[in-house]
Design a protein around this ligand. Sequence first.
Ligand SMILES: [Zn+2]
Length: 482
Amino acid sequence: MFEKIHNDIVSRDSRSRSGFGGVGGFARESVLQTFIVFLLVLAGLGYAATLFAQMPQAAQTTIAAARVWPAADYTRVTLESPQPLRYQTLSLKNPERLVLDLENVALTPALAGLNEKIGANDPYVKSVRVGQFKPNVVRLVFDLKSEVKPQVFALAPVAGYAHRLALDIYPLEPPDPLMALVDKSEKPAESAPAPAAIPPVAIAPAPPNSPAAPVETRPPATPQARAPATPDRSARADTRRPARMITIAIDAGHGGEDPGARGSSGTWEKNVTLAISRKLKERIDQEPNMRALMIRDGDYFMALGARVVKARRANADLFVSVHADAFTSPEARGSSVFALSERGATSAAANFLARKENEADLIGGVNIDVPDPFLKQTLLDLSQTATINDSLKLAKAVLGEVGTINKLHKNNVEQAGFAVLKSPDIPSILVETAFITNPDEERRLNDEAYQAKMAEAIFAGIKRYFAATPPLAREVVVRNNQ
Ligand SMILES: [Zn+2]
């Protein structure tokens, strides 16, 4: 049709040119009219194309990138494209499959090669088959390892990302974070049994995007083995325990689609925070009466609210979020430690930092159609003030210890509205270990010996805090407020 119109114009134009002379003016006007008609037809076609986008003739979108982030919490598949994707999903049983139909998408290598990105140890996805289902529909069939609860949602462009379609594959029952701890505690059978002070499972309602056992990089053989519906009650009832086990939740900042800040040598914050967190866990687990829960233990995104929920489900005594700072100038350096503020930040810089860290949800991508139990939880809170006082004590103790191994960016603990520190009943701090944007500190953040030193300093601060504030005292405070 285009060619026909185009040819018509060309032929009339050539006729008018050949008709030259006195009729020239008229001929030119005729060409103009034809051209306007042509433009109108073009506009009409464009309108029709948007109306009937599913028609085979419609323009195709290409998938610029396809990424897979497997984790025990959930496996995410992200499809990135220059335009928003039109899609439909369908669940099939016997065997369990999840179908994602993409309309007007070209079957490019990024899509066709998706199966190669599914690891054999993915907890939920066995494989994915990609093919042209209809002339205008590319079909992705995910073969699953168990029954799942999927969420599919679109994310608008943000922070260097184009349009993203996120497919989050959750287990039917979120794995109990305590199970990972119980398993580990039971290994040295007599010395470290299960905790006594475990609250009812539903301290906070379990959202689809909430907790799971932290074993992304080394998941056990079957998801069923890792994801029991109920905790082991016989382990809970164990009374041989000499003293209460203290649980520290370690929150490695960022992860997956949210890489955090980047150093000039290319270091991503999400990787150094995980490395330091793992070393901190190792150190804590060496203590006979302490154990550490990794809020994330792999390269995947976790919403800030889900991190809080996971720590609460494990009845953590403390929450330590590990980050690396960033600034436009490479000169900025030093460590700092933060606590939550209920009323505004203690400085403009702290406020700026909290806003930047809170952007993690936007960059990582959360499904806004799912109600956030975390919001309700913080609105109902009564004990936040007492918790913040404890958080400040913990922050001071950790800042003092970190100050022995690195310069301090700020000599005092600062406060701001960090979303990840909003557990109403768990003293929570955020440690900016060093500036990843400072070349010298970036190098040190990558150095294993320095990572261990940083972990040791944070641990020493935690010990110092508990020496002054025994965990049992806190338990009484929490109980009185319930
Ligand atoms: Zn950060």
